[in-house]
Design a protein around this ligand. Structure first.
Ligand code: NAI
Length: 332
């Protein structure tokens, strides 16, 4: 039995978490959940966004599944997601985007995995604001070590999964410092993987290429801000944020998460789509080397998604969250 920290999160988080727990139980997955929450819910109850008990659980278990977390608006509230990524050096944000039978999209053959650097760049937290002059500086610091970690993660993934190409996305034509450092490290590391094509694209061209001919991309690797934007763009190509998985991977810890937010507009109604969290949980099973369980749940999910009637309203179906979960369970 593997013990995993479970962070239900805010808004629709607890509802989609219940669905995933029910599916795991029905599939006899040998995972024991240790539930510890964070975010608005814990802030309202105990005055803490990230309780110490959660940190202790993560340090012990090293693997977590996380629902969406509301970041209270206002000064002084740090994002729980950014804090956890930086505290535990979860340097690689991994976001697969694959066309699914039954989910209507403009393209029918997208199959890419985006690796976004998760702790540096414009999200380093190096922000200065001169009140008197009304000037703001946001420093996009990247390091050789940070570039090496994310680029190596991308090539290692490509090698393990038999991917043909890794595309680096940058703005080295204008950002002579950071862009050149990232691209230079990419070209160096690419030489160690002669069987994999190394390609690079400037970010603006990449956006255009992705919405015109997305099937040309395999593994994509980029810095934090570009990756944040491109990963949602890629989600849009395959059905939106409700259906894509995400993982934050470090050297010795991994947090798998639904990439959408807490959806306050539908929270408490029991109609949220649990697919994104379930797909993240399936990625987690692969990480835990529980491959049979991962493939079994994935097959049941794909079979359910192929029949609109059995899905939640956002996918054009009539089922609520738990009915959708039961439809998956019936196909295990
Ligand atoms: P959101 O992703 O929560 O919602 C955007 C739209 O998508 C809404 O109409 C919502 O109903 C719909 N939606 C999202 N997930 C869905 C699901 N699973 N099933 C069906 N419909 C779904 O984005 P929004 O409204 O910008 O953010 C709300 C809160 O979530 C904010 O406090 C934000 O900070 C937080 N957030 C947290 C994230 C995380 O924890 N990873 C990521 C993005 C936002």
């Amino acid at each position: 039995m593997k013990q995993v920290t479970l962070i239900p999160g805010d808004g629709i988080g607890p509802e989609i978490t219940e669905a995933v727990k029910a599916i795991f139980e029905a599939a006899n997955v040998p995972v024991k959940w240790e539930e510890e929450n964070a975010g608005q819910t814990t802030f309202d109850s105990i005055g803490e966004l990230i309780p110490q008990t959660l940190i202790a659980s993560l340090e012990k278990n090293k693997v977590a599944l996380k629902g969406p977390i509301t970041t209270p608006v206002g000064k002084g509230f740090k994002s729980v997601n950014v804090h956890l990524r930086q505290k535990f050096d979860l340097h690689s944000n991994v976001r697969p985007a694959k066309t699914t039978k039954g989910i209507d999209t403009r393209f029918d053959n997208v199959n890419s995995v985006l690796f976004r650097e998760n702790t540096e760049g414009l999200y380093s937290g190096l922000e200065m604001f001169d009140e008197r002059l009304q000037i703001s500086d946001s420093v996009a610091r990247i390091t050789r070590t940070g570039c090496q970690k994310i680029i190596r993660s991308a090539f290692e993934y490509a090698k393990k999964h038999g991917c043909k190409k890794v595309t680096a996305v940058h703005k080295a034509n204008i950002l002579k410092g950071a862009g050149a450092l990232f691209l230079g490290v990419f070209n160096d590391i690419a030489k160690e993987y002669p069987g994999i094509e190394a390609d690079d694209k400037i970010i603006d061209n990449m956006c255009m290429q992705l919405v015109v001919k997305p099937e040309q991309f395999d593994v994509i690797v980029t810095t934090n801000l570009f990756g944040d934007i491109l990963s949602d763009l890629c989600a849009g190509l395959v059905g939106g944020l409700g259906v894509v998985a995400g993982a934050n991977i470090g050297d010795d810890m991994a947090i798998f998460e639904a990439v959408h937010g807490s959806a306050p507009d539908i929270a408490g109604k029991g109609i949220a789509n649990p697919t994104a969290l379930l797909r993240s949980a399936i990625m987690m099973l692969h990480h835990l080397e529980l491959k049979d369980e991962a493939y079994r749940i994935e097959a049941a999910l794909e079979a359910t998604l192929a029949n609109k009637e059995e899905c939640t309203g956002d996918l054009g179906g009539k089922a609520n969250t738990m009915e959708f979960a039961r439809n998956i369970i019936s196909k295990l």
